[in-house]
Design a protein around this ligand. Structure first.
Ligand code: GLA
Length: 379
């Protein structure tokens, strides 16, 4: 169930650059347990960094050149840190992070690197945030600056927003930067306070990949964000975070039916996320599971970011006795669902969900048991 390991980046580095790397850095992907499309509304999210990551072997250079080999695609890219130019493909993540670090006033030196990862791309597990944080960590090796997870996460988010053009919130980068083993992170996306919450004992997290893909760039993601901003303007609040259910119902006449559905999701999802963190602290895995189920329904009917494949996967998961709850995870539209299961039934549930989904959709799913991992760092 665990899938392929990243390539041996240290060995590949030696082979390509003819000398050993100075350091190997890593940054994890994440799965969000609950709190979806709330981060850019300054609300609450509850992700955990997972044991799937990007690894990068790094050797600093004395000049500003970055030379990087992407082992998984067998390609190489080069650029100058003080003059990156926009192009296409995976190297945009490196250039974007260099640009954003420099924009934040950090003086950069270049590096040589080889990297590989096992976060499936475009699946809702934040492969892009993992790459961004690994790149930031590589620059941390080559250039001297302080590693403050929250600040670095913001810098990487800016790279994604401004360089890649996806108006994503802070959740993915902050989860990859600040992850803690065995814990999910309750993040207040207004203050950026990060509060580690232990996973209830006896439960486990399965990631259920539908094997459907949809790139975030150019997707309906930015449109959802604009709808939330439009609703906030009409309701005269700085962000949807400020609304209670009561106030929303009292002001519902100010919104179109579509905007009202969007806002209902965000307001209820914030409540559910806080309730989920409380349930976890109380060790109440069943309650957490129920809240996850409710979250999926709200994302499907009110926020409208599910898909046939995601709905099929979630209903396959929910029909298994050892499954406590399931929902789509990440932006939605395609990619992965997440299920909370009892630890003892994890393997049986994974196998049964796989069979059910294969029959229902005709697609081959990927199912992983995930552990909560530490945030970006050195290996
Ligand atoms: C993507 C974005 C996050 C967040 C989720 C939806 O993963 O990168 O910032 O908005 O979608 O919750």
């Amino acid at each position: 169930m665990t899938g392929a390991e990243p390539a041996d980046v240290a060995a590949a580095f030696r082979e390509r650059f003819g000398a050993p790397a100075q350091a190997v850095v890593r940054a994890p992907g994440r799965v969000n347990l609950i709190g979806e499309h709330t981060d850019y509304n300054e609300g609450f999210v509850l992700p955990m960094a997972i044991d799937r990551e990007v690894r990068m072997a790094v050797r600093p250079r004395t000049d500003g050149r970055v030379v990087v080999r992407a082992l998984d695609v067998g390609e190489e890219a080069e650029f100058e840190v003080d003059a990156p130019t926009k192009g296409r493909g995976w190297s945009e993540y490196l250039k974007g992070v260099a640009w954003s670090l420099a924009w934040a006033g950090i003086e950069l030196r270049g590096f040589e690197a080889a990297f590989s990862g096992n976060v499936p791309r475009g699946s809702g597990l934040s492969s892009s945030a993992a790459l961004e944080l690994a790149v930031a960590r590589a620059f941390h090796v080559s250039s001297s600056f302080e590693w403050e997870p929250e600040r670095i996460a913001r810098i990487c988010q800016r790279a994604e927003n401004e360089w890649l053009g996806v108006r994503s919130g802070i959740m993915d980068q902050l989860a990859s930067a600040a992850g803690q083993e065995g814990h999910a992170l309750l993040i207040d996306c207004r203050s950026l306070a990060v509060d580690p919450v232990p996973l209830p004992s006896g439960s486990a997290v399965l990631v259920l990949d539908t094997s459907t893909r949809r790139a975030l760039v150019g997707s309906d993601y930015n449109e959802r964000r604009e709808q939330c901003e439009e609703a906030a303007r009409r309701l005269s609040v700085a962000s949807l975070r400020e609304l209670t259910r009561e106030r929303l119902e009292a002001q519902a006449h100010l919104l179109t039916p579509l905007l009202l559905r969007r806002v209902r999701h965000v307001v209820a999802e914030n409540d559910r996320t806080l309730a989920a963190a409380a349930a976890m602290r109380a060790g109440d895995a069943s309650r957490l599971g129920e809240l996850m189920n409710e979250s999926h329904i709200s994302l499907r009917d009110d926020f409208e970011v599910s898909s046939k494949a995601l709905d099929a996967m979630v209903s396959c998961a929910r029909s298994q006795p050892g499954c406590l709850g399931a929902r789509l995870t990440g932006a939605g539209f395609a990619g992965c669902a997440v299920a909370l299961v009892t630890a003892e039934a994890a393997s049986a549930v994974a196998a049964a969900v796989g069979d059910c989904y294969r029959t229902a959709s005709g697609r081959e799913p990927q199912i992983y048991l995930c552990r909560a991992a530490a945030g970006a760092g050195l290996i």
